[in-house]
Design a protein around this ligand. Structure first.
Ligand code: COA
Length: 373
């Protein structure tokens, strides 16, 4: 079987950002307007007044300070609270493909690869901007890649599931090299009117080039030592948006057609699941957790990551061992662990082992054990 390496990674960060303070100011204006509009019902006890959000709470509960977004104005407008992303005509590159292409070019350059070297493109992320044609095929065409492409969605875990799929295709000889991209426009599925979650997400795209180890030309590579995936059904992170929505008019535009979660339950259930998963994966490979140089974890919540690494290492991890990017990026779904890998992998030396791990809706968890070449 062909040995597989990650020979390049890429990142697209939107140029616009929103601080917690800006987000909270907009949310609290919405709350004040709502409560004023419904003052009579609130006074009569037939309606509960909305509560304000706070920037201090957001940092304390999540570790997030700001997020990058495709559009600021629409999100911060208290009368709208959704990004404004104009539709494009069918002959223009779609927004999601554009982000994907930017990250992909970065990854291809790092790998020292051209479009002609790639046989397969995977777009793996939480939300596709349309049903079809597959966004991945649009990305394939925009980059001039031959071969084949397909989309896949395993929510926040999409990147590790994408890496396993890509690695298996290379091992099996079905592709020489694969481009796996994670364009996440999370601001478009986030309910900015929901106090419990309005601060959670940001937008970004990441890309990974994988190829046969003995053909790689990149200056730096990570061998994909092994991958392990697991899923267990849960409704605690759910989004009911879909093509059946129009078949029941009563649900159109309802909050469940956006991201909804039971944050506390997710926290309690997912942390042990991920901890056990990584411990079991390392054990199966005979790798002592303490010898792992770096954990590039999914970036949803800082306390969650602390807990998971404590479970794996039996002690606190330094920020060098488990890098944090969610303070600037917030939760960028499938892109999060790859952003951490992209920004915090270059200092490792040959032989160093690291773990990329993503987790989220499904529930789903994936781990990729890599070794610096
Ligand atoms: N501003 C101020 N206070 C807020 C608030 C806000 N925006 N949102 C909630 N609160 C309040 C609550 O009302 C509650 O008050 P109470 O104690 O008086 O009842 C308190 O803060 C705690 O709320 P809770 O929802 O239990 O917060 P939490 O500590 O669980 O943090 C999350 C919330 C979402 C940050 C956290 O649960 C989380 O990150 N969970 C995992 C999420 C995750 O990884 N999801 C995966 C997505 S891919």
């Amino acid at each position: 079987m062909n040995k597989v390496v990650i020979s390049g990674t890429g990142l697209f960060t939107p140029p616009l950002s929103i601080s917690n303070e800006e987000l909270v100011a907009s949310f609290n204006t919405y709350v004040a307007n709502y409560n004023a509009r419904h003052q009579a019902e609130i006074d009569a006890g037939t309606l509960t007044a909305l509560a304000e959000s706070s920037a201090e709470f957001i940092v304390r509960a999540s570790g997030i300070h700001q997020r990058y977004v495709i559009d600021r104005e629409g999100v911060l407008d208290p009368e709208r609270m959704a990004p404004r992303i104009p539709e494009r005509d069918n002959d223009s590159l779609s927004v999601q493909a554009e982000m994907a292409v930017a990250a992909a070019r970065d990854a291809l350059a790092a790998a020292g690869r051209a479009a002609a070297d790639i046989d397969m493109v995977i777009v793996a992320c939480s939300n596709m901007q349309r049903a079809y044609p597959a966004v991945s095929i649009e990305v394939q065409q925009a980059l001039g890649i031959e071969g084949f492409a397909f989309d896949m969605n395993v929510a926040c875990s999409s990147a590790t599931f994408g890496i396993q799929t890509a690695a298996n295709a290379i091992r099996a000889g079905q592709a020489r090299a694969v481009l796996m991209v994670n364009p996440e426009i999370c601001s478009a599925h986030l309910n900015f009117r929901d106090r419990d979650s309005h601060f959670i997400f940001g937008d970004a795209a990441t890309a990974v080039v994988l190829e046969q180890a003995d053909k790689a030309v990149a200056a730096e590579c990570f061998e994909v030592v092994d991958t392990r995936l697991a899923t267990v059904f849960s409704n605690n992170i759910r989004n009911n948006f879909g093509f059946l929505n129009r078949c029941d008019e009563s649900g159109i535009g309802a909050p469940d057609k956006l991201f909804v979660q039971q944050g506390r339950k997710v926290f309690k259930e997912v942390c042990p699941m991920v901890g056990e998963h990584i411990v079991g994966h390392l054990e199966s490979l005979g790798i002592a957790p303490d010898s792992v140089k770096r954990f590039w974890l999914h970036q949803a919540n800082l306390a969650m990551n602390h807990l998971i690494v404590r479970r794996v290492l039996g002690r606190e991890a330094s920020e060098i061992e488990a890098p944090v990017i969610l303070d600037r990026y917030a939760n960028t779904s499938s892109a999060g662990s790859i952003i951490a890998f992209h920004l915090h992998g270059k200092d490792l030396v040959a032989g160093d082992v690291g773990v990329i791990s993503s987790f989220g809706a499904g529930y789903s968890v994936g781990s990729v054990v890599v070794k610096k070449c």
